[in-house]
Design a protein around this ligand. Structure first.
Ligand SMILES: [Zn+2]
Length: 538
């Protein structure tokens, strides 16, 4: 398994079992895109199939799936049929990507010059055994200008048995000369109900238990891409022991907890700069991406507006909604606009934390409670007054000396207090909640070999959220087993379930035992023979 983080989003690569298993094999199974499917069926029925089609739309909405089913319909032994039989040789070969007459080319992988040249050379050869020779070119916009030129020549006068199905996420990058020769279909992101129904259908068939709110979270993440939704579901089914909960989705995606977002909003409304910045820093030190934090705020505020305007019933902190009642809807939207604006800045800037802080200041100014502001202003005024009085009492010379000494002492003391207080709380929590044996027991229940591997290491120390596990060099294998990302995630999830806190497992090698060469006796022997170690055996 590999998880790739790309601009704040996790893209799952290896988990494709479910996606493959539930890939639609006929038009009736296609999720959404009903209008497009209807048009295609009609063209088959009335024998009006064009020679080139362009399927444009966001990722994971069914572009190549529809193209493949279309190809099957055209070449099916029973066809051209409105739905493929999925039993004949042609259908089976296309399903297995083994058809000699339906060729799939990935425009992104090598930008296609050689492939397109091949098409040009082979275009006059009849199909090997089917009715049509069909080229499905995915991400066609990635082709080089030379490849497009070559393609254009073929498109101008295609033999009747040649069909082109192009798929793209960026139709604007395709030359108009190509687009004008295609029948174009614009696929839309899938609707919430469409994705939800599909997810529930898969969960039913696979015996996966899932909370409805978790499906909502999956939909919010996948933004209408069914492929992303299914990949995420598959990840979650491995990650969660029993029922998949919405917290599991948030945890796996690195999304901030809803409560932390609500906390920030409350402090913004209170015009409490210090606390809202503290909230922000806490999330960032927990490893949350500022962009995802802002997205979390936007989503929460959107829910608040929906609730405030009584558009839809949603589960939300009523108190927080009430707090927003003091604000005009336009003011809320103005704030959202700021957040969106800052979100795009964050992607470009090198100091996302600083910019997020500035944004919070802006929101404080816009949304902060005015009454509170008055109180604070009075407080500040009083402080200023006192300061002036004090200053007047002290002579210039004294002021300089006392000022520096006094400030220095005060700073030191608060720092010390904070440190001591902080440590005490930390220790208490660890003693209370962190039970390594219990964690090992839970790991054992999940996978005994993993627990055995963990036991070969020693719980070395806990620093903040990092748990260091020390392994002797001879247990390198066990260390790598703990390091394996899916095992690591699992252990961290177990710890999270038991302690309610997010920890990171960091396996380390014991440096003292790192190499036998370090042993003074061995050193002597090596020196004596003036040699070197060429092989080590246990
Ligand atoms: Zn067939």
């Amino acid at each position: 398994m590999s998880i790739k983080v790309e601009s704040g989003k996790i893209i799952f690569k290896m988990y494709k079992v479910l996606a493959r298993k539930y890939r639609p094999q006929n038009f009736d199974e296609v999720c959404g895109q009903k209008d497009i499917v209807e048009v295609i069926k009609r063209s088959i029925k009335f024998n009006k199939v064009a020679h080139a089609y362009l399927f444009a739309g966001p990722r994971g909405v069914g572009k190549t799936t529809i193209a493949r089913i279309f190809a099957k319909c055209l070449n099916c032994v029973e066809g051209p049929a409105l739905n493929p039989c999925n039993k004949c040789d042609s259908c089976i070969e296309i399903t297995n990507s083994a058809s000699l007459d339906v060729l799939e080319i990935d425009g992104a992988s090598n930008r296609g010059i050689d492939e397109i040249r091949n098409i040009r050379e082979n275009v006059n050869l009849l199909p090997a055994k089917s009715r049509f020779k069909i080229y499905i070119i995915d991400e066609v916009h990635m082709l080089t200008p030379e490849a497009f030129n070559a393609l254009l020549k073929t498109l101008e006068e295609p033999p009747p048995y040649i069909k082109f199905f192009f798929a793209t996420t960026a139709p604007e990058k395709i030359p108009l000369t190509i687009i004008s020769r295609c029948q174009r279909f614009n696929l839309k992101p899938l609707k919430k109900d469409e994705v939800k129904n599909k997810i529930m259908e898969i969960c039913g068939k696979e015996n996966i238990e899932i909370e409805e709110k978790a499906i909502d979270e999956i939909y919010d993440f996948c933004e209408g891409s069914l492929r992303d939704a299914i990949s995420l579901l598959e990840q979650l089914s491995v990650f969660s022991d029993e029922k998949i909960k919405h917290q599991d989705v948030r945890y796996l995606l690195g999304l901030p907890e809803e409560k932390s977002i609500e906390e920030i909003l409350k402090n913004i409304l209170d015009k409490n700069y210090t606390k809202s910045i503290e909230n922000l820093h806490k999330l960032i030190s927990d490893g949350k991406d500022p962009v995802l934090i802002l997205e979390g705020i936007i989503k929460k505020v959107k829910d608040i507006v929906i609730s405030k305007l009584d558009i839809e019933k949603i589960e939300i902190d009523e108190q927080l909604v009430k707090r927003f009642n003091n604000l005009k809807t336009e003011e809320i939207f103005e704030g959202i606009e700021y957040i969106v604006e800052f979100k795009s800045i964050l992607r470009r800037e090198r100091e996302p934390v600083l910019f997020t802080e500035v944004l919070i200041l802006k929101l404080l100014q816009l949304w902060g409670n005015n009454k509170k502001e008055l109180k604070e202003e009075i407080k500040i005024e009083k402080k200023e007054e006192n300061k002036i009085k004090k200053e007047e009492e002290i002579t210039d010379e004294k002021k300089e000396n006392m000022g520096t000494i006094f400030d220095f002492k005060e700073e030191k003391e608060t720092e010390k207090n904070e440190k001591e207080g902080g440590q005490k709380i930390e220790e208490k929590k660890e003693n209370k909640e962190f039970n390594w044996e219990e964690i090992l027991k839970k790991v054992k229940r999940f996978r005994p070999t993993l627990e055995a591997a963990l036991r070969e290491g020693k719980l070395d120390r806990i620093e903040g959220e990092n748990i260091y596990i020390l392994f002797d060099s001879k247990y390198n294998f066990h260390k790598s087993m703990v390091e394996n990302i899916s095992n690591k995630i699992k252990i961290e999830k177990i710890i999270f379930d038991l302690t309610g806190k997010k920890y990171k497992i960091i396996p380390i090698l014991n440096k003292n035992s790192k190499s036998i060469i370090e042993n003074p006796e061995v050193k002597k022997i090596i020196e004596f023979f003036n040699g070197e170690i060429i092989k080590m055996e246990e």
